[in-house]
Write a protein that binds this ligand. Structure first.
Ligand SMILES: [Cu+2]
Length: 154
């Protein structure tokens, strides 16, 4: 009896391993790695001199099964990264900080020049075409997504 237990146990392990391998990665992200089901597409950042200001733009897709809220962006490439929205009020263009950006299930948030953007203040090195900027998007459930976006001209 005890001799058979070893191969049986082995078979169970193999079965568990093969099930784990076939579960879509998305289903395991919450326990395996603290990542929300967020897709970042078409990311890019503006060229900038060192010490200057840049903007980063992207599409953020909420593929999660629950709403998510972007609560901040961090970067080592600038003194600060803030989510802003460019708005026109009585003919004057100004930027409003967006400290929370809620995204419904399946929603795509578009960050583009003239609208939502990540403002990079006090850029720590010159950003030229071909460089990339590292960003980490932070969500209200304490998860975050790290991305590198290429530097381009608009
Ligand atoms: Cu701004």
């Amino acid at each position: 009896m005890t001799r058979r237990a070893v191969p049986d146990f082995h078979r169970i392990l193999v079965a568990v391993a093969s099930v784990a391998a076939t579960v879509p990665a998305a289903c395991t992200t919450r326990s395996a790695a603290p990542m929300p089901r967020v897709d970042i597409q078409r990311g890019w950042a503006r060229i900038s001199d060192s010490g200057g200001t840049s903007g980063a733009y992207m599409n953020i897709v909420n593929n999660d099964t629950v709403p998510i809220t972007l609560v901040g962006v961090s970067t080592a490439d600038a003194g600060a990264a803030e989510v802003h929205e460019t708005m026109q009020h009585e003919g004057v263009v100004h930027m409003m900080p967006r400290t929370e950006l809620r995204m419904a299930v399946g929603e795509v948030v578009t960050m583009a020049p003239g609208g939502l953007h990540v403002m990079l203040v006090d850029v720590r090195r010159s950003l030229a075409v071909g460089d990339s900027v590292q960003l980490r998007l932070q969500f209200s459930d304490s998860t975050s997504v790290a991305i590198a976006v290429p530097v381009k001209t608009p």
